[in-house]
Design a binder for this molecule. Structure first.
Ligand SMILES: [Zn+2]
Length: 443
């Protein structure tokens, strides 16, 4: 374990450089052509069997895909910013996932997931933040690594390197999943849909978090809310509001009827549920009966069943509201995640492994709680359905938390413009994933 930790710590400079490169050229979900192609290149150079694009993504299970025009535009940008042409070709048009496989003798099959996409927001370039000051703030509009997935991708490549170095110490198969489009919970389902994880017995995932300093480790987290994201488009008929009001079909009215009733869905006795209508756009002008309304909404539930209840109820309201005002309705699924509970037996083993690794000063004894949603839950669910065990770990990464000398004072929560993290969390992340694999697939 000591040797492994030393090997991991030697990765620090390389990992910092790599993370800052991913950060500088941040790419949002389904457009991560540059990021994924560089990941693929590293993995192939290390000697992995690498599958990518359509080999690991079920086209029909993709959700919330940008338009073809957007995909083309971002592909061109990726090429101009140094994407590896050979792999970019396989990743383009919304197929930006990469899976590396190491078949290393008989033994358990272990899956690990690292998400790679940025959040759709602009990153400020100013000197008051470290990324601006040290020249690695995102140059791409509407793409900022404000959730730390640049760190996740880098941790994953570190794991790949360590597993190769320590391959004589274990016997089994490892599948490293570099997942596209986690933001908006749009990508994981398509990876699961490809069947690439169907034989996996242990599934590991994690998120870095800047609520706790480097050296803090949570073996398992729960509380990921199952969710469905959808767009509803109401279509009516325009007419003169004064001269022919009864000749129109009011899409705005249908949508407004739906909004009021969506919020009136009763709570559920089995647990927490949520509903939100985050956007409503309708109509063209004051004196015209509105012929179109676009609504973006989401449902959530503490479990997949609770979310399903909310989703079914919401769909019924959308349909009947459209019908009430004689309008048409089209709904599009824009993203989804399941509920997820970390496996207690695996958590206990992993806590022990973390302790033996010797780099974590605080190992949580309680299960962590994730407030939002995570589409990694699709992977957890698939592995559990097949009799396997899955956990979602947490890695402390708070800047100024005593982990790194270069710590900056400026740091905000995930999905804020002040987000940043302590880069010394990355070797520890790579070390713990590797240590778990070595233990689970011990010779
Ligand atoms: Zn995230």
């Amino acid at each position: 374990m000591k040797a492994l930790l030393d090997s991991a710590k030697h990765l620090q400079d390389k990992q910092t450089k790599l993370r800052r490169d991913f950060h500088h050229f941040a790419e949002a979900g389904w457009t991560e052509v540059r990021t994924a192609s560089i990941i693929a290149k590293h993995l192939i150079e290390m000697g992995y069997e690498v599958k990518m694009g359509r080999e690991v993504i079920a086209a029909d299970d993709r959700m919330g895909l940008p338009s073809q025009e957007e995909l083309d535009k971002h592909y061109q940008r990726a090429m101009a910013q140094g994407a590896i042409p050979e792999y970019a070709e396989k990743l383009r048009d919304g197929f930006t996932g990469v899976v590396a496989i190491l078949r290393n003798g008989a033994g358990p099959i272990i899956g690990m997931r690292f998400d790679i996409d940025a959040v759709e927001m602009n990153e400020p370039q100013g000197n008051e933040r470290r990324p601006g000051r040290e020249g690695f703030a995102s140059v791409n509009p509407s793409a900022m690594h404000s959730c730390g997935h640049d760190g996740h991708a880098t941790i994953g490549l570190g794991v790949a390197e360590l597993l190769m170095e320590y391959r004589d110490h274990f016997s089994g198969t490892i599948k490293l999943v570099f997942q596209q489009a986690e933001e908006g919970v749009r990508g994981a389902k398509s990876i699961v849909g490809s069947g690439i994880l169907d034989d996996v017995q242990y599934m590991l995932g994690s998120h870095i978090g800047n609520g706790a300093p480097v050296g803090t480790f949570t073996p398992g987290q729960d509380g990921m809310l199952a969710t469905s994201k959808l767009d509803a488009i109401f279509t009516g008929k325009a007419a003169h509001a004064g001269g022919n009001p009864d000749g129109g079909k009011n899409a705005l009215l249908a949508a407004a009827t739906a909004v009021m009733n969506l919020y009136a869905i009763p709570r559920h006795k089995f647990g927490a549920t949520r509903i939100n209508v985050g956007r409503l756009q309708a109509g063209t002008g004051r004196n015209v009966i509105p012929d179109r309304a676009l609504m973006s909404l989401e449902t959530r539930g503490e479990t997949s069943a609770l979310n399903q209840h909310m989703y079914d109820y919401a769909m019924r309201i959308l349909k009947t509201s459209a019908e009430m005002h004689d309008c048409g309705l089209e709904t599009k699924s824009m993203g989804a995640a399941q509920g997820g509970i970390s496996n207690r037996a695996l958590m206990a083993r992993v806590a022990e492994i973390a302790k033996n690794l010797g780099c974590f000063h605080t190992i949580a004894t309680e299960t962590g709680k994730v407030g939002g949603s995570e589409d990694y839950t699709y992977m957890m669910e698939r592995v559990e359905q097949n009799g396997g065990q899955a956990i979602f770990m947490g890695l402390g990464a708070k800047l100024g938390g005593g982990g790194s000398a270069s710590a900056s004072a400026v740091e905000g929560g995930a999905h804020t413009i002040d987000f940043d993290f302590d880069e010394s969390c990355m070797p520890l992340g790579s070390a713990i994933f590797t240590a778990i694999a070595l233990e689970l697939a011990k010779k």
